[in-house]
Design a protein around this ligand. Sequence first.
Ligand code: HEC
Length: 309
Amino acid sequence: MNPQKKLEDEINFKELLKNPIRLFGWIFPLFLILILVLGIFFVKHLTDISFNVQNAGIQDSTLMKKEVELKKGGISAPVDFKLVKAPTQSFIDKGKDIFDTNCKSCHGENGMGDGPAGIALAKKPRNFHSSEGWTNGRNIDQMFKTLQEGITKNGMAAYEYIPASDRFAIISFIRTLTQFPQVTDEQLKSLDATYKLSSVTVHPNTIPVKLAENKLLEEKTITGNLEKKFIHKVNGDTNNEMAVFLKNNVIDYKKVFNSYVIANGKQNPDKFIADVLTNPINAGFKPAVALLSKEEWKKLYDYLKSSIM
Ligand code: HEC
């Protein structure tokens, strides 16, 4: 043994075994480095080391359903069953146009059920060329029912918003793709009885959900701003005799504003006043307003009208 304990220039492994505690001196820094390296690797790859196994490449095609269209409603003419029974080329062409915009994405250009939007669907879009395995069926009344009600559980939406006559045009186009069962008078009669197709139908206006949401929000903000303006104005009009008069008769300006808007006070002064008198407290006024004269009410109303834009 070296009594001066000078640093060894070579590892003496035999000595190391005799005094195993010294081993720790070597292993400790090794562990430290290993943990450090693993730690850096982990932090650098945090985004990859995750349990999210969703395949981002495939889009859920049920979410590709089109938004409700912005459409002016109207009255659609009765279905011309003669045309449905013996479709003209222009009727079929019209059907193809509507098919291309609404159906091609799933059913494919030629109706083989191979459209890109259908790929990720659990139930494949119908291949119109195959006569087997139809859910509702291939007869004209069955196909119309499919378009009217959809087979939503299988990813086939309802298209009742497409006018009945246009739906027959689509079906007429699909029927040119391959052999389909004959159209019979009974089928058309039963369709007419079920859906009242030979009478005039009225379509309501439709507006995309998103747009409707924005409109509502906008309206709310506008009314909210008007309400604030109104309260601000009335509170600021300290020298206005009518403002003071109003103040003396009001409990809650917000309620006053709301009842004015709800009664459409601008156009219906009488209705607004009648509403207030039925239940003054609900309308934000003190019950004593019931005792105001016609003159006073007129002045009060004129002031409100000039303060609420
Ligand atoms: C989002 C994809 C998608 C779109 C768009 C779509 N379909 Fe379908 N369609 C399907 C699926 C999926 C089925 C299969 C449903 C089943 O077998 O029950 C189907 C089935 C059908 C059937 C057969 C129903 C039966 O009895 O088996 C008809 C007819 C049909 N679609 C017509 C249309 C028409 C016409 C349009 C356009 C106006 C259209 N589809 C748009 C997905 C779609």
